[in-house]
Design a binder for this molecule. Structure first.
Ligand code: SAM
Ligand code: DTB
Ligand code: SF4
Length: 341
């Protein structure tokens, strides 16, 4: 199979954003159909395995120790409790179990418990994803050896805007971890957040950075900011409601991600709770084909299974069961081989 383009220019991506909305949607839907089943949406479930007290200062995040969000800090969850949650997610029809920790990076002493969790969740027949902050090459290899299927590490916004949102690490730190994950043979999940008061040019730069990685991420989460009181960006949006992103611009971003990264799964992630059914339907038409299910993300509320069941019934969508295109095409041979063993 031919590999998708990774030589997109910013000008080309800006032109896609500028297309008349109907034309952009048509092109995105066409690309979507060429590589994915348009009636299937992947269901993923999130669990916060270590919440709050994070030393990073990400301006959007309720879990940063610098935020005054009221989120209490916890220790790493007990392995058995994580496996119980995973069993519930599997029984509710989830394909992937994504576990997040409010860490700048895992400490080596945390790794044995993390490895046990990965092995246990995988043994239940779920795909595993972790997001634990920055990883060393050795830590990425340890996770790969444990059988981790995906690692989520978002670039979040354009390289230019990054330093205005987070000061405790750099965009290049993010790319270095993505490299370590890729080199270890783990599938990459990387995307970001729209609606942080960024410009269209930032959204162009954000998609450009992902679409020009040496290999596209297998999963691209597009989050719409969940504004949390007590965070820098949540408070900024409360003070300047006009800075709130328009739903059509969220759909445009998803559509451009779909066209530029045709084989990737595009996940309509945080922010669905505040979106109308019609906006979500447009996102699916524009090529979003993955969501988080359940009534909680990490700390923020999510749409919930009843609302999603009703939406899927209305739209004639069903839960994805088969393998994703990039994995089926063997983008991650070593992990696929270990799954088959
Ligand atoms: N600490 C790890 C890290 O930052 O990589 C993992 C957890 S962190 C919460 C994972 C991602 O959640 C962030 O990169 C960001 O994209 C997203 N996120 C966090 N807070 C959000 C919010 N209020 N609204 C939308 N997305 C958010
Ligand atoms: C991603 O891109 N979105 C998820 C997942 N990766 C880890 C997290 C969304 C967090 C939303 C805010 C919260 O729940 O605190
Ligand atoms: Fe910490 Fe991740 Fe939240 Fe940033 S996004 S404050 S690194 S938990």
């Amino acid at each position: 199979m031919t590999q998708p383009r990774t030589d997109w220019t910013r000008a080309e991506i800006a032109e896609l954003f500028d297309l008349p909305f109907t034309e952009l949607l048509f092109r995105a839907a066409e690309t979507h159909r060429a590589h994915h089943r348009p009636d299937e949406v992947q269901l993923c479930t999130l669990l916060s395995i270590k919440t709050g007290g994070c030393p990073e200062d990400c301006g959007y995040c309720s879990q940063s120790a610098s935020a005054d969000s009221g989120v209490a800090a916890t220790k790493l969850m007990d392995v058995r409790a994580v496996l119980q949650s995973a069993a519930q997610a599997r029984d509710a029809g989830s394909q992937r179990f994504c576990m997040g920790a409010a860490w700048r990076n895992p400490k080596d002493r945390d790794m044995p418990a993390i490895v046990e969790i990965v092995k246990g969740v995988r043994a239940m027949g779920l795909e595993t994803c972790m997001t634990l902050g920055m990883l060393t090459p050795r830590q990425a290899e340890t996770l790969a050896e444990a059988g981790l299927d995906y690692y989520n590490h978002n670039i979040d916004t354009s390289p230019e805007r990054y330093g205005e949102v987070i000061t405790t690490r750099t965009f290049d730190d993010r790319l270095a971890t993505l490299d370590n994950v890729r080199n270890a043979g783990i599938n990459v999940c990387s995307g970001g957040i729209v609606g942080m008061g960024e410009t269209r040019e930032d959204r162009v730069g954000f998609v450009h950075a992902l679409a020009t990685l040496p290999r596209h991420p297998e999963s691209v989460p597009v989050n719409a900011l969940v504004p949390v009181k007590g965070t820098v960006l949540g408070d900024m949006l409360a003070d300047t409601p006009l800075a709130k992103i328009d739903d059509i611009e969220v759909v445009r971003t998803g559509a451009v991600a779909r066209i530029t990264m045709p084989m990737s799964m595009v996940r309509l992630s945080a922010g669905r709770e505040a979106m109308s059914e019609a906006t979500q339907a447009l996102c699916f038409l524009a090529g979003a084909n993955s969501i988080f299910t359940g009534d909680r993300l990490l700390t923020a509320p999510n749409a919930g299974d009843d609302a999603d069941g009703a939406l899927f019934a209305k739209l004639g969508l069903k839960a994805m069961e088969g393998e994703e295109p990039m994995r089926a095409a063997g983008s991650c041979q070593r992990i696929d081989a270990s799954r088959a063993a």
